[in-house]
Ligand binder design. Structure first.
Ligand SMILES: [Fe+2]
Length: 287
């Protein structure tokens, strides 16, 4: 079955969110939503999420799933906001517990921060399947960028999150805690083993030298032939050497500290303080 896919590009964070729809009905899933966040003022906003809400409502869709490919480090998730407004179950990979354990320590979270994934409605593992109306989705565990990364294969479409980017941009970084370039290489081989005409929808785009327009859709065949980091049968040794050298030059994403604190809670804010105000932490010299 060939799902309808509508993409929403967020300029502020270069994130692509998707609404995936059962072509024979009104069921849909929302993948990797964005809660707007102005770092300078500490102010959140819902303009990006509201665009998705408006689309879903105008198309008369029923939201069955709100899916995360992973705990994002560069934007806040709007999953709880979308769930409040549209319904649906929030799903992520079951290795979220590893990510919660790692960053629970980084942020000195107390025992009120559960590290069992219970903030989510569904925890998926390799080989799990789910339905969006009549559409069947399959779960591939594709770690490397983070331990919990998933690829959702829905009909002929693979939502690869931060594993592969567009062929002219390459692949995702592997230097966050729990990341591994060798692991990402092996995860990408699983994606490249899908049929060549599988549509591939990436989680971010930053353009690439010589390309003027943002892009987010490609195919497995194009990735195999053209991906600048991993195409044409690049070996694991070549990939690991390239990826690790490149990662050593990268600064941390602008929103990593707020993003992780919120996204490891399923997009919920930390509990309010005694005055009823919500605060995020800025740990010094820990990342
Ligand atoms: Fe990411």
């Amino acid at each position: 079955m060939i799902p309808d896919v509508k993409a929403f590009f967020d300029d502020a964070t270069n994130t692509v969110s998707y609404v995936v729809r059962d072509p024979q009905g009104s069921a849909c899933a929302i993948i990797d939503s964005v809660l707007d966040f102005d770092h300078a003022s500490g102010r959140t906003g819902t303009a990006s999420a509201d665009r998705i809400c408006a689309y879903v409502r105008e198309a008369g869709l029923k939201t069955e799933w709100i899916l995360e490919t992973h705990v994002h480090a560069d934007h806040l998730s709007a999953a709880p906001y979308l769930q409040d407004h549209l319904g649906g179950k929030i799903g992520i990979g079951d290795q979220i517990t590893v990510v919660q354990d790692t960053f629970g320590k980084v942020f000195n979270e107390g025992s009120e921060f559960q590290r069992d994934g219970s903030q989510f409605d569904a925890l998926f593992k390799e080989g799990d399947s789910f339905h969006i109306g009549q559409l069947r989705g399959e779960v591939m565990h594709t770690p490397g960028h983070t331990p919990a990364c998933l690829t959702y294969v829905i009909g002929d479409a693979a939502f690869v999150g931060d594993t592969l980017f567009m062929p002219d941009f390459g692949t995702a970084r592997c230097d966050f805690p729990g990341g591994s370039s060798a692991t990402l290489f092996n995860s990408i081989q699983k994606i490249l083993a899908l049929p060549d005409d599988t549509r591939v929808f990436v989680g971010h785009d930053y353009k690439a030298p010589g390309r003027e327009e943002y892009a987010w859709q490609t195919t497995v065949g194009e990735q195999k032939a053209l991906n600048v980091h991993i195409g044409q049968g690049r070996t694991i040794e070549e990939f690991v050497a390239m990826r690790d050298a490149r990662d050593a030059t990268l600064g941390m994403p602008r929103l990593i500290l707020p993003s992780l604190q919120v996204n490891m809670r399923g997009g919920q804010m930390p509990p309010p303080d005694q005055q009823g105000d919500v605060m995020l932490k800025l740990p010094l010299n820990k990342l």
